[in-house]
Ligand binder design. Sequence first.
Ligand code: ZN
Length: 75
Amino acid sequence: MKYLVLFVVVIVGLMLIKKSQQQRSVPPPKPQARTPQVPEQMLPCAHCGVHVPSSRCVWRDGKPYCSEDHARLGS
Ligand SMILES: [Zn+2]
């Protein structure tokens, strides 16, 4: 009987420790709402054919160019 009481005390103690650890533990930071990383489309320069990310290419007359110079020179 003595051991049973001791066993219950240990179990209750462990539960309390576990509970306090859960409360103390910092919740994991929520992943920031980042835009999903979509592979950027590569577009060939209309002048030299070098592939440029669509966000970095220079547009002229509806055609992508790798640089302002090539946009000026045209295709
Ligand atoms: Zn070019």
